[in-house]
Design a protein around this ligand. Structure first.
Ligand SMILES: [Cu+2]
Length: 134
């Protein structure tokens, strides 16, 4: 009885494998349907007509100056200063102050009011910058 079952099972397997291997139609390399997609679409439609509400602008502190020295940002945007000089500097305005920034330190300030904000380095008075918030 058990042997009969086993043989039946074997026959079933042979039948199934025979069925699946017999047509032999979908075997050759199904992965190579899209060989080259190196070229990207050039004419992507410009979808952003209005700037995003909160943007981030980066200013580098390098060679004893703020670069770029003047940036324009939308209200609610954040300016990030990255100190790249070996000498310490500050980012000091009338309502913000980074304190002494050493090399690779970062200072961020979010401007929630429109206006023109001058800032400077308290250590080196010739270092000056400006943030225009619109
Ligand atoms: Cu300085």
């Amino acid at each position: 009885m058990k042997k009969c079952l086993f043989i039946g099972f074997l026959v079933l397997i042979v039948l199934i494998s025979g069925c699946t291997s017999a047509p032999d139609r979908s075997t050759p390399q199904p992965t190579n349907t899209q060989p080259m997609q190196t070229t990207q679409p050039v004419n992507t439609p410009p979808q952003h007509t209005t700037p995003p509400p909160a943007q981030t602008i980066e200013v580098k502190i390098i060679y004893f100056s703020f670069y770029p020295s003047e940036v324009t940002i939308s209200k609610g945007g954040t300016v990030t200063w990255t100190q790249k000089d070996g000498e310490p500097h500050t980012v000091t305005g009338s309502n913000f102050n980074s304190g002494k920034l050493t090399q690779d330190q970062v200072f961020k300030y979010t401007f929630n009011e429109a206006g023109t904000f001058d800032y400077w380095c308290t250590i080196h008075s010739s270092m000056r910058g400006k943030v225009i918030v619109k």
